[in-house]
Write a new protein. Structure first.
Length: 311
């Protein structure tokens, strides 16, 4: 394990108990310059995870509750006439931060969702013809609640594809639940954690992740996996080229966390499902067979030849 990333994860785990794998995936996505979609039931710590990351990583944090009355200008900002100068002043929207928590993104309008997702892709905001770059690093952690569909607007597939990974935190196990109850009797663990790194450190680590070496055999393996999803009889829409790029970027981040400067097939296999499960659309055959996206992607991995195993 990389010493610096290990220190970050250990500090976050003081608040997010028993979810090390989720914390690692979030950190990998941030180091890959990707965005995270947390798709889970209320009360499992999605918001707490975002706040904890901002404190431990020493970055500016903003939260937006996505309700039906949120409009695009709340996200990207707007221009206000300045009587003194005779010009227009830009009033920044909520995206002008390092870490944005887009809470319950599926409860706002499609127009507002699109405004955020465009910013996520381009890394800049254009208002009245003037372009404003976003601060670096910039990451969106969006949450959506799969329980109760009243008043929700599902993210279109093209917009889901903008998220590097989709994660579910899940309920804690018995021991972790007891620890959570014990730790919160008198103090809030968020008040006890410390900053471990800063924004400049994250940018430097992102560059190191980019520099991780990837052999052609690994790129061919990722391509084979992506092609297999496009040809699978259970899948109507397979992994896009953007998705294949995301697999490579996350695999490089996985190698970095493991303290290596090169990617192995195991790195690809570890991130494949988290990167791809939200990018594919199943056909009716899969629903009849009661197969999930995760089940089908596991089968894709089993039957795709790996560079090291030869299977």
């Amino acid at each position: 394990m990389n010493n610096r990333t290990d220190a970050v994860i250990n500090e976050i785990e003081k608040v997010i108990i028993g979810k090390r794998e989720v914390v690692e995936r979030v950190l990998m996505a941030i180091l890959s310059e990707g965005h995270i979609l947390l798709d889970d039931v209320p009360g499992v710590g999605k918001t707490t995870l975002a706040v904890t990351c901002s404190v431990v990583m020493g970055v500016q944090y903003q939260r937006m509750q996505f309700t039906p009355d949120v409009v695009p200008s709340d996200i990207v900002g707007f221009s206000v006439y300045n009587k003194a100068t005779g010009g227009f002043d830009y009033k920044p929207g909520v995206v002008m931060t390092n870490l944005l928590l887009a809470d319950e993104i599926n409860r706002t309008s499609s127009k507002t969702q699109s405004a955020l997702l465009e910013v996520m892709e381009e890394g800049q905001v254009t208002v009245d013809g003037v372009t404003h770059p976003l601060p670096k690093p910039f990451v969106v952690i969006a949450t959506q609640n799969p329980v109760g569909s009243a008043g929700t607007q599902l993210l279109p597939q093209a917009q889901l594809d903008r998220f590097m990974i989709r994660l579910q935190m899940g309920y804690p196990d018995f021991k972790s639940q007891v620890d959570i109850l014990r730790d919160r009797q008198k103090v809030n663990p968020l008040d006890q954690i410390q900053k471990v790194i800063g924004g400049e450190d994250i940018i430097a680590m992102q560059q190191k992740v980019k520099d991780i070496h990837v052999e052609d055999a690994i790129l061919e393996y990722v391509t084979s996996l992506a092609m297999a999803t496009r040809e699978d009889e259970m899948i109507r829409l397979g992994v896009s080229p953007r998705g294949a790029l995301a697999i490579v970027r996350m695999a490089k981040a996985h190698a970095y966390l493991d303290g290596r400067n090169y990617v192995t097939p195991e790195d690809v296999q570890k991130v494949f499902i988290d990167v791809c499960a939200h990018r594919i659309i199943l056909n009716p055959k899969a629903r009849v067979a009661e197969l999930s996206a995760e089940d089908i992607l596991k089968n894709v991995m089993k039957r795709t030849k790996s560079p090291d195993s030869g299977r």
